[in-house]
Design a binder for this molecule. Structure first.
Ligand SMILES: [Zn+2]
Length: 359
């Protein structure tokens, strides 16, 4: 793994590599873009490349067996061999702005055990504070981060903190982080990955270098999905449905499975489908958003290909679905919203099964 494993973000990767090469690494960065566009993986690659020593790691050879002190013959016959001089480590001639994958720093980063690369998320927080996983990142976790930031790196030149899905940071936690961003200890870089910039305080935004992640091109999505085990045809369909986000593509994959499990023609299948929404309200809301976006894309396509009274019908449906889409962020029943949208689209001629055929 190196920056070459990040597909579809060429401009952003080029910019990050230039930062590493110049040595002018910002102490605070915000990786901003839609969910499922590679922000976190890129942050990991950045940390790895920044700390790479380009010197392959060799295991020290095992010490020769010591003669048994009680075995007088062996002790007399075998004088202690002089230790062999250690060969000079060979520097790898890899690009200085990318990681080599073979040095001790890269190997530790790959195993997730690098002492100077910390990933801070809600799962990590649960282990740190010895409590159940919470939806928010708390002030105590950011205080710990501040404390670590003050310490010297153990292995590499840089300490990198990756705060994953930073929209989970409560305002008090953001204020606690602010001190590190305002007076960063030398050799420290804090990366916040976030899909909604508005969830961060203006003070955090103004002190951080913004790095934008665009939606992934369909070809890159297809390659990634195939590399993760999808068959070519399935990868094409999911890449189209994902609309530039691997997270949306994965969601679409679960819709496909849920829809194919329903009996065609079953009048209750829309109710059965909406009953399968996640119990977690945040996840249910995101899933309903994705489904309504899919429905809008389908309705637009149907509108373009229709005329006369059918066009009028789809115009009406488009307006109605847009209204329902706007209501998702209000305090509503997501299942009811989805049910209404699906029933209305069926009435206009768009079937539930049509949702998962690529546009
Ligand atoms: Zn390396």
């Amino acid at each position: 793994m190196s920056f070459s494993s990040i597909l579809g973000q060429d401009k952003t990767v080029k910019r990050l590599r230039a930062l590493i090469e110049s040595g002018r690494v910002p102490p605070a960065m915000i990786f901003h873009g839609a969910a499922g566009t590679g922000k976190f993986l890129t942050a990991l690659e950045f940390a790895k490349a920044l700390n790479c020593s380009h010197t392959p790691h060799r295991e020290k050879p095992a010490a020769p067996p010591q003669p048994d002190e009680n075995d007088l013959f062996a002790a007399a016959a075998a004088p202690a061999p002089a230790p062999e001089p250690e060969p000079e480590p060979v520097k790898l001639h890899t690009d200085p702005s990318d990681s080599c994958g073979a040095c001790i720093s890269c190997l530790q980063a790959l195993s997730g055990a690098h002492p100077d690369i910390r990933i801070v998320d809600t799962a990590f927080q649960a282990a740190l504070l010895d409590e159940d996983e919470s939806a928010n990142l708390k002030i105590d976790t950011m205080r710990e981060l501040t404390r670590w930031a003050q310490q010297k790196p153990l292995l590499s030149a840089w300490k990198v903190f990756i705060v994953r899905d930073a929209e989970a940071l409560m305002p008090a936690a953001q204020n606690a982080l602010l001190k590190t961003l305002e007076e960063p200890p030398p050799g420290t870089s804090v990366i916040l990955t976030v899909s909604r910039k508005t969830s961060l305080l203006a003070t955090i935004l103004s002190r951080s270098c913004m790095v934008e992640f665009g939606l992934l091109p369909r070809a890159a999505m297809k390659t990634i999905l195939e590399a993760n085990g999808a068959l070519p045809e399935e990868a094409s369909a999911l890449a189209a449905l994902g609309g530039g986000s691997l997270e949306k593509a994965a969601e679409a994959g679960t819709f496909l499975k849920r829809i194919s499990a329903l009996r065609p023609g079953d009048t209750a299948r829309i109710f059965k489908f909406t009953a399968g929404l996640p119990r977690d309200s945040h996840k249910a809301r995101e899933e309903v958003k994705t489904l309504l976006d899919l429905l809008l894309a389908k309705t637009r396509a149907a509108w373009r290909g229709s005329e006369g009274s059918a066009k009028d019908r789809f115009t009406l449906l488009l307006r109605r679905t847009l209204d329902l889409r706007r209501m998702v962020d209000r305090n509503v029943s997501y299942a009811l919203l989805l049910e209404t949208a699906l029933l209305e689209s069926e009435r206009a001629g768009l079937k539930l099964e049509d949702l998962v055929n690529p546009v």
